[in-house]
Design a protein around this ligand. Structure first.
Ligand code: AZC
Length: 812
């Protein structure tokens, strides 16, 4: 694979491991158990086995990792640097095992030892370094870049505590800190030699016509590297996470010696705080100094690392864009532009204009949401305090833009009402700005950056999101993966358009039967897991109707639970009407400070308690909400779903990626024309998609109608019955006013148009039931969903980034 290379008299190829036979794998496993973990098979716990297995697999990941790194250096290749405050990677062990082609061997070896591979793999904690879509997308893209041989680094923060753990008490969400790093992390390599100082605060003074920033505080960013192996083990990239450490001068020895121990340690504590916790908000920005400091910490360490790596083998920074592409995952790392400009001007003697041009050629910016509350802005005062030199650069950029483009329309500029607008900053310092679905990109052009778009009409492009089929089919749904391989041959894993071949089999009853069997198995697996881990018993032959995602009003879990109540009331009125048994499954976390979302969680749990205890309806309707939804729970729920709920208010969900995972696993979508639903529907065909609700333009118009909510509720008998039951305390016995806030919102404001869309949703849900009763028709629709969603592979998305944004050719 790589050329032979000798260092210190060692031929590096001698160090590579051949593909193991089961016996070699077994020996390697037992070796690690004894010599790395320090125990023996007699006393080994599940944890010990998992660690031994991880080291065994990790050994095999190093070969593609080293050889890819060497090739990139030797061939002087361009690299992609993906900057993201979130990487929701979940578990790594099974993913790496599959990508290295070792799952069968591993399963066999554990069988022979009388142990269960799946059970051991299940012991791994999720790396929950993200909140939701944006972080999970970053993880899918890393995996695809490695599979395609695109040299890349993911840069993020090594949060000590990832996304909080959720549990329910009396139906209410309670948060507890997450502690994935409490036990050893076998996937991470500490690189103390790669540490960079990151400065904050202080002063900027002019010396000899140059600006000199002397930070008041400095921390060290220390690199922790995780290999990301591509499918087929031909390539591996690096996820480099920064941990904040106090630099030596942060500890105040004088104060310590004077006996003021706590004060002496204060600066040190502050430094560690930078990588202590992930902010648990997905689509809200937080005007907090710590958040801005975290963003700068990530960005500065990464940009320093990028420039250092480039200069190791090049001396002319003007050629940076030929070798470096930096992608900003949303606005969080938007300070990358000013940081790169600062390094070029202050440390490398560039003129301002040249530095700006160079940075712009290197940087790209992905926008992931239109929600105004998520578009970050920082007050000029805070910026001046925390990053005084960067504020100067931003002001200079703003003046430069004004000079270049003449008088600007109202509201245009990087600083408005004393706020630095980070989205606009990201735009002006990037050569390409992309939205994440066709509809979202149109709205980014039209609503978010209309003025900047008309100044730079070539900058905004669309790259519709995608998901990796390795994790979301091969890992999550082995029976379906096997059926795909039996039917289409292997190779679909890296060429997902091959799923089209399933269309030839849709008329074959034997194939439909086999396809149905994979869904049944997934449901059995899920039902077993719900019983074992959550004490919830669900029927295995019901329609599994699933909505899993962050809790947010725009995602309208509320509409789903209101409909569930309506459905329950109908069953009670006519229990013998031939109802399709349904299990309504919810999963997701609310930001800890988002009260309305937390009320909705409680309502779902309250409804579950009443409905599940009703002997009249119990066999026909169940509501389950397993706590602490995360990536590994998604891997269990998604394959088992018959119906995928993608019901956001049109124009609000930038793309969605869960919608893609469900369709790829043969669930039918009930959804609005929002985000990537639009494209999913185009691909699978309108007949194979349950569409309802207002369009994005209709949503805008409806919001302008006074009293739209009240009018809609008054027209809907079903909705009135539901709201009345809630108001009477049916689900909150003794406390009828518990949901007064929700009811008031629904009648009087209803920004997300639950009431306006309710009847359309209700009718469509009834169509779902009718269709489900026609078993053959449902089966065909499900198969066509799988066959026609190959487009939504993240390999396709990454290829588009490579050609439209990064201008890079992969090495494979
Ligand atoms: C999400 C979007 O809400 C979701 O629609 C999209 O699929 C996903 O990004 C990936 O593009 N956004 C976030 O998770 N967070 C923010 C701040 O947008």
């Amino acid at each position: 694979m790589s050329e032979s290379l000798e260092v210190h008299g060692v031929d590096l190829d001698d160090l590579t491991l051949p593909e193991p036979t089961p016996e070699q794998f077994r020996r390697s496993l037992l070796h690690h158990l004894q010599y790395t973990v320090g125990t023996d098979p007699e006393h080994a716990s599940k944890f010990d086995w998992r660690m031994a297995l991880s080291y065994t697999i990790r050994d095999r990941a190093l070969e593609p990792w080293f050889s890819a790194t060497r090739r990139t250096w030797n061939e002087d290749r361009k690299r992609v640097y993906y900057l993201s405050m979130e990487f929701l990677i979940g578990r790594l062990l099974e993913d790496a095992t599959i990508n290295l082609g070792l799952r069968d061997v591993a399963v066999e070896v554990f069988d022979r030892l009388g142990l269960d591979f799946a059970d051991i793999a299940d012991d791994e904690p999720d790396a929950a370094l993200g909140n939701g879509g944006l972080g999970r997308l970053a993880a899918c893209y890393l995996e695809s870049m490695a599979t395609l041989g695109c040299p890349a680094y993911g840069y993020g923060i090594r949060y000590e505590h990832g996304l909080f753990k959720q549990r329910f008490e009396g139906g209410r969400q309670v948060e507890a800190p997450e502690d994935w790093l409490v036990t050893d992390n076998p996937w991470s390599f500490t690189r103390p030699e790669s540490a960079y100082p990151v400065g904050f605060r202080g002063e900027v003074v002019e010396q000899d016509g140059r600006q000199v920033w002397t930070p008041q505080l400095q921390v060290l960013a220390e690199a922790h590297d995780t290999p990301v192996v591509g499918y087929g083990r031909q390539w591996a990239n690096t996820l480099r996470l920064w941990a904040a450490k106090p630099s030596a001068d942060l500890f105040d020895l004088e104060r310590f010696n004077a006996g003021d121990f706590t004060a002496a340690a204060e600066p040190e504590a502050w430094a560690r705080t930078l990588s202590r916790v992930l902010y648990p908000n997905d689509t809200t920005s937080r005007g907090k100094e710590l958040r801005l400091s975290q963003e700068y910490f990530l960005t500065s360490a990464s940009v320093q690392d990028i420039v250092r790596r480039y200069l190791e083998t090049h001396d002319d920074l003007r050629r940076l864009p030929e070798y470096v592409a930096i992608q900003m995952n949303d606005t969080h790392p938007a300070i990358a532009g000013p940081e790169l400009i600062r390094l070029l001007v202050d440390d490398h003697g560039f003129g301002f204009d040249a530095a700006v041009d160079l940075s712009t050629q290197v940087l790209g910016y992905t926008n992931h949401t239109l929600l105004p509350e998520a578009l970050e802005h920082w007050s000029v005062g805070l910026m001046r305090k925390v990053l005084p030199r960067h504020l100067q650069i931003i002001e200079q950029l703003d003046r430069r833009d004004a000079e270049l483009h003449g008088p600007r329309p109202e509201g245009v500029g990087l600083i408005l009402d004393d706020q630095v607008k980070m989205g606009d900053l990201a735009f002006v310092t990037s050569h390409k700005i992309n939205g994440v679905s066709a509809l979202h990109t149109d709205l980014v052009r039209r609503d978010l950056f209309p003025a900047l778009d008309s100044l730079h009409p070539d900058r905004i492009v669309n790259v519709t999101n995608g998901v990796t089929p390795r994790r979301w089919i091969a890992l999550a749904n082995p029976p379906l993966a096997q059926l795909l391989t039996d039917t289409l041959g292997s190779g679909w894993e890296t060429d997902l358009e091959r799923l089209r071949g399933l269309e030839d089999h849709v008329d074959d009853p034997a194939f439909r039967e086999a396809f149905g069997a994979t869904k049944r198995q997934a449901k059995e697996r899920l039902a077993g897991w719900l019983a074992d881990h959550h004490g919830i018993e669900v029927p295995k032959d019901a329609l599994y109707d699933v909505q899993v995602k962050r809790l947010h009003e725009y995602k309208r879990q509320l509409m789903n639970i209101l409909w569930t109540i309506a459905h329950w009331q109908r069953i009670k009125r006519d229990p013998g009407a031939g109802w399709v048994p349904r299990v309504k499954i919810f999963g997701g976390k609310a930001a800890p400070s988002y009260d309305m979302a937390k009320d909705i969680i409680r309502l779902i749990n309250d409804v579950a308690a009443v409905v599940n205890a009703d002997p009249e309806t119990r066999d026909l309707l169940q509501v389950v909400y397993p706590a602490n939804y995360n990536v590994s729970m998604a891997e269990k729920l998604i394959p088992a779903a018959d119906l995928s709920e993608q019901i956001s208010t049109a124009g609000m969900e930038a793309s969605g990626t869960g919608n893609m995972k469900f369709a790829l696993n043969g669930a039918l979508t009930i959804g609005t024309l929002d985000g990537a639903n639009v494209e999913i529907r185009e691909h699978v065909g309108a007949d194979n998609f349950f569409l309802f609700g207002l369009t994005a333009d209709e949503v805008t118009a409806r919001r302008n109608e006074p009293d739209h909510a009240r009018t809609a509720i008054e027209k809907s008998q079903a909705m009135r019955d539901v709201l009345q039951a809630i108001a009477e305390g049916t689900f909150s016995p003794g406390e009828p006013n518990r949901y007064g806030g929700i009811l008031d919102m629904l009648w009087n404001s209803d920004w997300f148009l639950v009431a306006s869309d309710f009847d359309s949703y209700d009718e469509t849900q009834q169509a779902v039931d009718r269709t489900y009763l026609d078993h053959e028709r449902w089966q065909r629709m499900a198969i066509l969903n799988v066959a026609r969603t190959g487009y939504f592979s993240s390999d396709r998305s990454v290829r588009e980034y490579m050609s439209h944004i990064w201008n890079i050719t992969p090495a494979l």
